[in-house]
Design a protein. Sequence first.
Lengths: 240, 598
Amino acid sequence: MQETYEIVLKIRRYDPDSDRSWIHNYQLETGRILRFTDLFRKINTELDSTLAWNSSCEHGQCGTCSVKINGRPMLACELLVENAVEDFETTEFFIEPLTIAPVVRDLIVDFDKAYERIHKIKPYIIKSAENPDSGNEYKISPRHLERFVDATRCINCFCCATACISSHHNFLGPNALMASIVRLMDPREEAIKERIALLYSEEGVYRCHTSKACSFVCPKEIDVAHFIALAKSGDFQSEV
Amino acid sequence: MAGKLRISSTLNCDVLVIGAGGAGLRCAAEILEKKPDTKIVAVTKVPHCQKSHTSTAQGGLAAVDPKDPVDKPIYHMFDTWKGSDCMGDQNVIKKIVEAAWEQIVWLENKGMHFSRNEEGGLGKRTFGGHTVRFGEASAYRAVYEADRTGKGIMDSVWGETLRGGISFVNQTIATELLLKDNQCVGAVLFCQRKGKFVAVCAKATVFASGGNGQLFRVTTNCRQNTGDGLAIVLNAGLPVMDPEAVQFHPTGIVGPGILASETLRSVGGILRNKDLEPFMEKYAPKMKELAPRDLVARAIETEIQEGRGILNPDHNIEHVWIDLRHLPDDVHKVQIPEVTSFFKKYINIDPKLHLCPVHPSNHYQMGGIPTNEFGEVCNTDGKIIPGLYAVGECAAASFHGFNRLGTNSILELITMGQFVGERVVESLSDHLPALPGDAGEKSFALFSAYLAQTGKDNLEKIREQSRALMTEKVGVFRTQKGLNQAMEALKALKERAQNTALACSSLKMNPELILRWELDNLLSVSFLTAACALNRRESRGGHARRDFPERKDEFNYHTVAGMTEFATVELKKRAVDMSILESECEHCERFGTIERTY
């Protein structure tokens, strides 16, 4: 087992004060199980304190550290050096910010802009369906929950939206659509018409070209394309 | 380049919420439900509230279902009291436990995707320390959303507040609390993306800034939890309660510190040292690996301190092993798949084939900003500061005392969040207060000094040294000598932090500038924690003194500590509320100063 690696990170930088963009090469000697977030920190400590990047939980639960690594959108906290070298068959990595929102500085994008699409689909129960057992929880069978529970695992890292081959400008994007589809499959939601109207609007599911890139890149391994396919066929309620 | 610093705009609102995690937003949702036209501004350090630390909570939420034929609220109160090592405030324990189920139903009705039982109701599971009939048997008391209960809560309260018309100010820090005539009138914010200071004038300010796990080198906490909230409160001349009460989870994965759940030990995982000796037999001959969290953490730490740890070269952290190799395939596949995947994903180890490295990981701060049972913040003399509230991990009411039970933390977020919201609505004045004339001056002085610093020291290295020091000397075990050394070393680091010229002087999204500010907060809260740990010459809950291993009745009080100037700590006491014991209720006699043995 190789214990250390010599790697090169080619990072796309952006300085908002001078509105200048460039590629900065960082050479690092690193242990095999450091994650890419550890490498960014190592750069800050040893080479360049100005490199700006985002993270929060750093264990794949929040979706803050998403970047493009050799073209592929992924969570930097989940990529280990030795896996990266094996998977990409190189020790050089080109790292760019996500493309779904304007860049603020270096690898940090404007998540306010990215989230506008999620807010547009209303990620909550718009109107509560009547609860036969008022004052208690709704009864939802495990089988029914099973149909859409995978989609509720989405952390809005925007890797899918970045990988999507449809235009970003007039398409709500896979994660936003999926958040609405969850509520269409959730018996507690009554505002079906409003949800359907947006889902099948100009910005909705029919912008999807079914490349399935969303499913392919999802760090949570959610089959996003499956849920979009359900929406295309209007199949929200049928039992398994 | 930064010119002269100034307030670029002033925002007026009814309620300012500082920290948009589970507690802050549950509070905001309550306010919007009770008084829908309330103008609320919620500030978060992360790029979006969904990225808050609440989202990482795994296990579940403890709540007694009134339909449960066996479980009763009094059992939950007893477990919490016993778990707290007789330091939880009984009025708060009673209030939270009695409100718990209603809050679960609220979350479910708002769309949280709880795991279900066969009948379609909420599934329940057992959790360490939660029992029926005062310790007789395990209680099925924890409702949950698979292994992502915190995310379920976060998504629900985010959705509800969004629906209610809250305004979010993201990737923004609060740098200064604004007090006028002993009343809180708002705060000064620094919006990182724009690089601008904003003054917020608010009728009520709710502090919900979360934990401070980054004080320690190995932690389960997210990167943002650098003690900012407590530092701002200290700077405003207000106290912090019980900062020495810190919980360490025994098995954090080396090096990120990610939590490897208790389940690993309950399914038969064996802890081994560098000689592969199964060492828990020495510390807890009967319960071995199944002993409570704090006991296991102390056993692991002892092994490491006595030279029987193993050094991980990549992360430069000493650890012990947890051995899962002997467990049958179906246990790996069915009972511990998530944790197994963590080992694979973050350190490339297959627990079926290899030993897994673990180290005690800082997990939770039981102490925080002192409040009463309504979340109203109290000053050093116990007087309420009008207009200021605190809730969640940054606050101490105190529900957890000196040791928190699993599944009680996110319960506290939502119940206290609701109580605080209720109280804010009741107390909201019709008039907007005036801001003090010098609003922002403290922040400008601080940030100008940061930008003008000279010297070649390295901020990241200073931070790492501080965190390593805290893990080593103010961590699982503490001694008088170690604590004194830590305090001296922290003073030296504080000096060194001033000799660090920033490479970039921009105000816009400048990570170094924020790191410099965080470092001051980190050092302040670290110093306070060490000073209070030094003062408490006993061992209780998460606070373990090697030189004073027993709990002592003379310390049956909360520490209330102020620190307006770095390293000048003022200590006071607050009595522990014993109202259940003093009441005439059935079983009240069990709520005296009891032994915490399992």
